[in-house]
Design a protein around this ligand. Structure first.
Ligand SMILES: *Cc1c(COP(=O)(O)O)cnc(C)c1O
Length: 379
């Protein structure tokens, strides 16, 4: 059986978690602080704040920007449902725009028509690790005075060329970027998330919001020789990462460069193996983007039934997933007619499939997958 994804976790991660357990400090503490510093350095961001997962990161991004009831946030329907849900958590309204079929990312030519006097932010998703066209998107946002949040859940290790140089996703290129360390992403802490920003005031708000609005963190009180009374200066949350998770994350960060190199080689090999199959559309990078290939998504010809194709591959021992979901088709969002045409989003959900891609795959696995896909296309 070839699974869709396998995290790369080994003795280094297990030993790091064990050391934290035995240290006596297991909640948010020195490991979280070190993980934040190392992540910030890696992506070139002035500030990084670790949280429980990317869903909470996205919610805190909106909260720190003061987005709430009566506000509209533009994003894609074609994303994991958390992207839309966080907008609802804040009492704001998600406004969905369609994607480009080539990159599965927000179609920036459709942004202007979606902006109203209520629009406060855009959540740009780097779907499956493929960078979204940030230069175009930020230009529109700045013109209208709208904030930009990057949903970089899948995009740790991806790069984008901005102003003539390659930069990591997370620098950030909008106002705030949010990452996930769920096992389905490229690096994992079991559950985990990170916010990066260049704005010290936003970073200060993330830190208050993630920890009950507490003015003096418990770790500071723990280490103090003087009695400190803390205050709770706003209604915050408990969205902390644990030190065990952060210790694992630090080891995963060390692996990231090799993981990306390996994933890029695997994606390149898929392109060679699948490139000449009539009717199959392969993903490709715009010349200004370098994906971490969190997922490898191929578009089946319309004549092939997606579910039957996936079942047949599963029967041959190959796990796949259907194209990225569309939130506007799920019950919490399906009540209202979408304001804008979402045809490309729906077509991608209904006709694309994700193929297995993980560092431990070997060339025999990839050839077996390619042969099986070829077989399906020949039907
Ligand atoms: C996985 C994912 C999320 C949610 O991340 P969690 O860490 O699981 O909360 C949000 N947005 C996108 C695009 C994702 O792929």
């Amino acid at each position: 059986m070839i699974p869709i994804a396998v995290p790369l976790l080994a003795d280094e991660e297990a030993d790091a978690a064990r050391a934290v357990v035995l240290s006596g400090w297991v909640s948010q503490g020195p490991q979280v602080a070190a993980f934040e510093d190392e992540f910030a350095a890696l992506v070139g961001a002035p500030h990084a704040c670790a949280v429980a997962n990317c869903t909470t990161a996205l919610q805190l991004a909106l909260a720190a920007l003061g987005i709430g009831r009566g506000d509209e946030v533009i994003t894609v329907s074609h994303s994991f449902i958390a992207t839309a849900n966080v907008i609802r958590y804040q009492g704001a309204t998600p406004v969905f725009v369609d994607i480009e079929p080539e990159t599965y990312n927000l179609d920036c030519t459709r942004l202007a028509e979606a902006i109203t006097e209520r629009t406060r932010a855009i959540i740009a998703v780097h779907q499956m690790g493929m960078p979204c066209d940030m230069a175009a998107l930020v230009a529109v946002a700045r013109r209208h005075g709208i904030a930009v949040i990057e949903d970089a859940a899948c995009a740790a290790g991806s790069q984008i060329r901005m102003n003539g140089q390659w930069e990591a996703i997370g620098k950030p290129h909008g106002d705030i970027a949010c990452f996930s360390f769920h096992p389905r992403k490229v690096i994992t802490t079991g559950e985990g998330g990170m916010l990066t920003t260049s704005d010290a005031e936003l970073d200060r708000k993330f830190r208050l919001l993630r920890q009950h609005g507490m003015s003096v963190p418990d770790i500071v009180r723990h280490g103090s020789q003087r009695v400190i009374f803390e205050e709770y200066v706003l209604v915050g949350y408990n969205y902390r990462m644990t030190d065990m998770q952060a210790a694992i994350g630090r080891k995963q960060l060390e692996r990231l460069p090799q993981l990306i190199a390996r994933r890029r080689a695997l994606a390149f090999r898929y392109a060679e193996l699948l490139g000449n199959i009539e009717g199959l559309r392969l993903p490709s990078e715009p010349e200004w983007a370098r994906s971490n290939w969190q997922s490898y998504c191929v578009r089946l010809p319309d004549r092939l039934d997606q579910r039957a194709t996936m079942q047949s591959l599963l029967d041959q021992g190959i796990a796949t997933r259907r194209g990225i979901m569309c939130s506007h088709r799920e019950p919490p969002y399906a009540g209202a007619e979408p304001r804008h045409d979402l045809r490309q989003s729906e077509l991608a959900q209904d006709h694309a499939i994700l193929l297995p891609l993980y560092a431990q795959m070997d060339s025999a696995d990839q050839e077996r997958i390619a042969d099986a896909v070829k077989g399906e296309l020949a039907r």
